[in-house]
Write a protein that binds this ligand. Structure first.
Ligand code: PGA
Length: 250
């Protein structure tokens, strides 16, 4: 799958009943018949199929927000990677901090999910990020390295893989690292990726955490930032589209 820059992904989280989800998808679809960059939306499972249908004539990528590590079986309440594909998804977010911290997902589990997602042909958006405590203790890079090494199977290639750097303390808080800090963390992630991925220089690295139309241009102009993963601001079509445009997307 070709991922032209900027890459702008919207994580709707647990938001979007059918009517509002379809209205949001429809408003984006009008703007995105053809795209110079990559625009993706990640609605909740319940409306994934309807949203994928709504944008099927456009270049918008639709994905799930998680998947189970097994393809089928007795796992009540879970959704597998082949099920996401069947519903119209082409991508999946894995290892989001709300799952790592909120639901206790480990790196080993994220790795198993990643293998399942790739086996099903899904693009994986792998999230990593440090807590504020880890950052203040000077352990940011150590944490990111552990997450990458723990979540990426040895010998993995770059195709179908995107990494999103999302500092936990910046998600939904309105606080962001400085552009300089984002740049240096992305540079550190790049050198880690060169070690854990064969061809790791090709893996796009997104920034996520309180991205808004007001800060998107500066963040996406930062060296080493290939795009953004947007939460709250992706629920408003106009704001999400202006973030995409701020990154040079048309
Ligand atoms: P936010 O969320 O943009 O609302 O901070 C980002 C994310 O969790 O992916």
């Amino acid at each position: 799958m070709r991922l032209d820059r900027p890459i702008v992904f919207g994580n709707w989280k647990m938001n979007g009943l059918r009517a509002e989800g379809l209205a949001l998808a429809g408003a984006l679809a009008e703007r995105a018949v053809r795209l110079s960059g990559t625009l993706g939306i990640f609605p909740p499972f319940t409306i994934l199929h309807a949203v994928a249908q709504r944008v099927r004539e456009t270049a918008i990528l639709v994905g799930g927000q998680d998947c189970h590590e097994r393809a089928f079986g007795a796992f009540t309440g879970c959704v597998s990677a082949p099920m996401l594909v069947d519903a119209g998804a082409r991508a999946v977010i894995l290892g989001h901090s709300e799952r790592r911290h909120g639901l206790g997902e480990t790196d080993a589990l994220v790795r198993a999910k990643l293998q399942a997602a790739r086996a099903a042909g899904l693009l994986v958006v792998l999230c990593v990020g440090e807590t504020e405590e880890e950052r203040l203790a000077g352990k940011c890079e150590e944490r990111l390295r552990a997450q990458l090494e723990g979540s990426l199977p040895p010998g993995i290639g770059p195709e179908g893989l995107v990494v999103a750097y999302e500092p936990v303390w910046a998600i939904g808080t309105g606080r962001t690292p400085t552009a300089q800090d984002i740049g240096s963390t992305h540079a550190a992630l790049r050198s880690m990726l060169k070690r854990c991925v064969v061809g790791g220089e090709e893996v796009p690295i997104l920034y996520g955490g309180s991205v808004k139309p007001e800060n998107a241009a500066e963040i996406m102009a930062t060296e080493g930032v290939d795009g953004v993963l947007v939460g709250g601001a992706s629920l408003d079509a106009r704001a999400f589209w202006s973030i995409y445009q701020a990154g040079g997307g048309a």
